[in-house]
Write a protein that binds this ligand. Structure first.
Ligand code: URA
Length: 196
């Protein structure tokens, strides 16, 4: 990992004015977890709690995500880095506009290059479309491996969708089991998870 470039990139994001979202945000959210992680999770953008704290996925969705990761035997400290399509909170948590996503995407691409993860997971429709193509439907794509920047991508539901509709949790768990399979295949055959 090029830590010097990583720190520079973080500073660039903090000073960024490429789109109007910087005007209404409190703190940018560069991402959280291990910058050398084998798994890179991609969310949509900061919500209320993330905007206040500067940390990715710390609100209700983040707490559910942590439970899912724990069930997989993954931790933020060791196995994952969590970033977003846009680094600044869209007002009222609306979806980031295409031009806001386009302005911010180069930061995510460079983060992927620097972290060099073996596996990518997109969380929800916005992240999945941004990474795999605007025509891609989360309900069809989830559970199926895609490819981005030469890396396997597993699209799955956003934790907020699982909170709204707990019936989706079964499918989401099937998707994360595929991530565990892939992790055992290409990172650590001895990886232990309590439930799978
Ligand atoms: N939802 C997201 O998509 N990203 C976050 O960081 C928090 C909530």
């Amino acid at each position: 990992m090029n830590t010097q470039r990583w720190d520079e990139l973080k500073n660039e994001v903090t000073a960024c004015t490429r789109c109007p979202l910087h005007r209404t945000r409190t703190l940018p959210v560069f991402g959280s977890g291990n910058p050398q992680a084998p798994i890179f999770l991609i969310g949509e953008g900061p919500g209320y709690e993330e905007d206040k704290s500067g940390v990715a996925f710390v609100g209700k969705s983040g707490q559910l995500l942590d439970k899912i990761l724990a069930a997989c035997g993954f931790t933020r400290e060791q196995h994952v880095f969590i970033g977003n399509i846009v680094k600044c909170r869209p007002p009222q948590n609306r979806n980031p506009l295409p031009e806001e996503q386009a302005a911010c995407l180069p930061y995510l691409e460079e983060q992927i290059e620097l972290v060099n993860p073996k596996i990518i997971v997109t969380l929800g429709a916005v992240a999945t479309k941004a990474i795999l193509g605007s025509h891609v439907m989360i309900t069809k794509a989830r559970g199926n491996w895609g490819l981005w920047l030469n890396r396997p991508v597993m699209p799955t539901y956003h934790p907020s969708a699982l909170l709204r509709n707990p019936n989706l949790k079964r499918d989401a768990w099937d998707d994360f089991k595929k991530v565990i399979d892939k992790y055992r295949e290409i990172v650590d055959p001895a990886h232990y998870s309590k439930y799978y």
